[in-house]
Design a protein. Structure first.
Length: 180
């Protein structure tokens, strides 16, 4: 009885199948990740155009510069822009929930509060061993705030809130439940 010898062609054939399968699979997986990323990003900004219109209609803003999203007790689109006289303003546009009556837009001129640069400097003076990450606008119960994100001395990721109007610490405000 003869036994069949090992065939190099059989081994090459298997290797070829595996390689071609990988070549075909990589673009499919990559396409799925790209589609997922684009879908998530579009849902993140889908309320922006409506918020721009609302900000221009209900405030003194004439042009929109930037828009960011804030999630606190509720979701807000924070629209910054300029008025007709070139004064900068900030509109806190509440994103309505389903079947909810729209809430009013809260509007401040930038010069009604301290600048982001001043806030960052003030925070840096109070937390010298901290690693600054970012500064964002926020809002809590119709009060505009700055949200400072940083790593403290222990390496903990921390969010602290300060008043937009004067930079005072808002974390100890009675009833304030965000932050610390």
């Amino acid at each position: 009885m003869r036994t069949q010898r090992f065939s190099q062609y059989t081994e090459r054939s298997r290797l070829r199948i595996v390689l071609w399968s990988l070549v075909a699979l990589v673009p499919v997986v990559l396409s799925c990740f790209i589609w997922l990323y684009l879908d998530v990003m579009s849902s993140k900004t889908e309320t922006y155009p409506a918020s721009w219109e609302t900000a221009i209609e209900e405030t003194a803003l004439e042009e929109v510069d930037t828009t960011t999203r804030y999630h606190g007790e509720r979701q807000y689109d924070i629209v910054t822009g300029v008025e007709a006289n070139r004064t900068e303003g900030i509109a806190f546009v509440p994103v309505p929930l389903e079947d909810e009556k729209p809430k009013p837009v809260i509007y401040y001129k930038k010069d009604e509060g301290i600048s982001a640069k001043q806030m960052k400097e003030q925070w840096a003076d109070s937390c010298s061993n901290c690693e600054y990450i970012k500064l964002s606008l926020a809002i809590y119960k119709d009060t505009p705030l700055y949200e400072v994100t940083f790593n403290n001395e222990s390496g903990h990721y921390v969010l602290e809130y300060y008043s937009f109007e004067d930079g005072s610490d808002y974390n100890d405000y009675p009833g304030f439940t965000m932050g610390r």
